[in-house]
Design a protein around this ligand. Structure first.
Ligand SMILES: [Ca+2]
Ligand SMILES: [Ca+2]
Ligand SMILES: [Ca+2]
Length: 455
C-alpha cells in the first residue's frame, strides 16, 4: 500500500468507525471478533477473522489503530497481510515494539481491507488502571462493561527477585520503617508522598520539638545536609535518593513503577549533598543521620553510600550501635569494577550488596570481595527522578534497595521477627549464583522475596 492510499484508507476507517456502517458489499463486521489485548508490554492486539464466503480472501491487509477517549490517534499497528480459505477462521495479531501503559480509557480499532474495496472494521474500548496489588495478570479481563488491563511493573529487578509473587502474601505493613540515608527524596511525587514515615510524636509546622528528640518538626525525617526538616526546601536535591526510595516503596499510580515493598514506610534522612557526595568534614553528620534513624524507630537502614577511605571511629561506632539496637544496615560493595569492597559496606555490621544484570551476571561496574553479603539487580534499573519522571540507571546503589525492600517484606509477613532473624530468613532463601556457595561476586546469593516471605 502506498503512503497516499494508506492515508486514504485510514481516513475511510475513521469514517467507518464514526458511522458504524460497512463500506460497499462487504460481509458484516462481525467477521472480526474476539478482539483482545494479551499484553501491554509490548502492546499486542489479537482478533479472530472468519471467512464465511465462498472464495479465498487473498492478501488481507489492515491496521489496528489505538486512540484515546477523545479519538486522538496514539499509534497505528500494522497487520501483516495474510490469506484465508473459505469457511476458515484464523487468529490475527498486531504488535507494537513499545509498551503502552499510560492509565486511561482507549479504543482499539481493527480495520481490514479484504480486497476489491471490501473494508471491514470492529473496535474494542478498554481501560488501563494502575498496578494492582497483589499483581493482576498481564492479560485483559472484563468488568463493569469495559475491558480492563492493569499496568505491569517496568523495573525488571522487581520481577527477578519475585516481588510480585511475594505480594500474594504481603506488599508491606505501614509499621515497618526503612530509613533511606541518601540525597533526600522528592516527596511531592504522588507515588512517593504516601509511603513516607510519619513521626507519631511530632506535630507539623508548630516550631516545637514535640517529641523532644532534638529535631523541630521532623515529621518525615531530617535533612542533615541543610539542618532543616525537609528535603524539598533548601539546597537542591540530587536525584539519587528519590530513585532509591522508589525502588523500595513506590506505590502504584499513574506511572508503572512500584517498589519492592509498597506498603512500608520510608524515613527520609538526607545526608548527601546536591552532587551526591560528602566530604571528610561530614563524618559527624553521617553518624548523626544513622543515630537519628535508630533512635526514631527505623527497622532497616538503606545506605547506598560508599567512602573513598576508611571512615573514622565515630562512624564505626554509630554503625555498631545501630546493629546492637537490632537495626539492619544494608550497604553497597561499590562501583569500582574491582575487588575490594568499600566502606561502610566493608564493616561487619553492614550487609554489602553487589549488583547483577538481567542475565544474572555480576554487573561490570560492581565491586567484588569477601565482604559481599548478597547480590541484587543493579544494572538498568528503572525508578523515579525528582519531578516524577522515570529513568533507567545502573549502580550497586540500586541493588541495595531491592534487598532493603525484601527485608521490609519479611518483617511485614512476620511481625514478631527481629530484624536479625529476618536477615536469617533472607539468607535461607537466596538463589545461589556463580560458583557453588558463597563467592566474592555474588556473596551468599541473589535475593528471592517470594521464598523469603513464603518460608
Ligand atoms: Ca522532633
Ligand atoms: Ca513540631
Ligand atoms: Ca532541606
Amino acid at each position: 500500500m502506498s503512503h497516499r492510499s494508506r492515508e486514504a484508507f485510514a481516513i475511510l476507517v475513521i469514517v467507518l468507525a464514526a458511522t458504524g456502517s460497512i463500506y460497499g458489499q462487504t460481509p458484516s463486521s462481525d467477521w472480526i471478533a474476539g478482539i483482545n489485548i494479551p499484553s501491554l508490554t509490548p502492546l499486542q492486539v489479537t482478533f479472530r477473522l472468519t471467512n464465511s464466503g465462498s472464495t479465498t480472501l487473498a492478501r488481507v491487509s489492515g491496521q489496528a489503530i489505538l486512540s484515546d477517549q477523545f479519538g486522538r490517534s496514539i499509534e497505528v499497528l500494522g497487520i501483516d497481510s495474510f490469506s484465508l480459505n473459505p469457511g476458515a477462521s484464523t487468529t490475527v495479531s498486531a504488535s507494537s515494539r513499545w509498551s503502552f501503559q499510560q492509565t486511561g480509557v482507549y479504543l482499539i480499532e481493527v480495520a481490514l481491507d479484504l480486497g476489491g474495496g471490501h473494508l471491514i472494521s470492529n473496535s474494542l474500548a478498554f481501560r488501563i488502571l494502575p498496578i494492582q496489588l497483589p499483581l493482576a495478570p498481564p492479560t485483559a479481563a472484563f468488568g463493569e462493561g469495559l475491558m480492563t488491563l492493569y499496568q505491569q511493573p517496568v523495573n525488571w529487578g522487581i520481577l527477578r527477585i519475585f516481588a510480585p509473587e511475594a505480594w500474594m502474601i504481603t506488599h508491606g505493613r505501614s509499621d515497618v520503617v526503612v530509613a533511606v540515608i541518601d540525597t533526600g527524596i522528592d516527596t511531592s511525587i504522588p507515588q512517593l508522598k504516601d509511603c513516607l514515615w510519619n513521626n507519631p510524636g511530632e506535630i507539623a509546622n508548630n516550631g516545637i520539638d514535640d517529641d523532644g528528640n532534638g529535631y523541630i518538626d521532623d515529621i518525615h525525617g531530617w535533612d542533615f545536609r541543610d539542618g532543616d526538616n525537609s528535603s524539598l526546601v533548601g539546597s537542591k536535591l540530587h536525584w539519587h535518593g528519590t530513585f532509591v526510595a522508589g525502588i523500595i516503596a513506590a506505590q502504584p499510580g499513574e506511572v508503572p513503577i512500584v517498589g519492592v515493598a509498597p506498603g512500608v514506610r520510608i524515613m527520609d534522612v538526607r545526608f548527601l549533598d546536591s552532587d551526591n557526595t560528602f566530604s571528610s568534614r561530614d563524618w559527624n553528620m553521617f553518624a548523626d543521620a544513622i543515630d537519628y534513624a535508630v533512635d526514631n524507630g527505623a527497622n532497616i537502614i538503606n545506605m547506598s553510600i560508599y567512602a573513598n577511605s576508611r571512615p573514622p571511629t565515630i562512624l564505626e561506632t554509630a554503625i555498631h550501635r545501630a546493629a546492637q539496637a537490632g537495626v539492619v544496615i544494608i550497604g553497597i560493595s561499590g562501583n569500582t569494577s574491582q575487588t575490594g569492597v568499600l566502606y561502610p559496606g566493608k564493616y561487619d555490621d553492614v550487609y554489602a550488596v553487589s549488583a547483577t544484570t538481567e542475565n544474572d551476571q555480576l554487573a561490570g561496574f560492581s565491586t567484588r570481595g569477601p565482604e559481599v553479603a548478597f547480590c541484587a539487580p543493579g544494572e538498568g534499573i528503572t525508578s523515579f527522578l525528582p519531578g516524577g519522571q522515570t529513568a533507567t540507571r545502573s549502580g550497586t546503589s540500586f541493588a541495595a534497595p531491592h534487598v532493603s525492600g525484601t527485608l521490609a517484606l519479611i518483617l511485614s509477613a512476620y511481625p514478631s521477627l527481629t530484624p536479625v532473624q529476618a536477615v536469617n530468613l533472607l539468607v535461607g532463601s537466596l538463589i545461589d549464583l556463580g560458583i557453588k556457595g558463597t563467592d566474592p561476586s555474588f556473596g551468599q546469593g541473589l535475593i528471592d522475596a517470594f521464598e523469603a516471605v513464603n518460608n
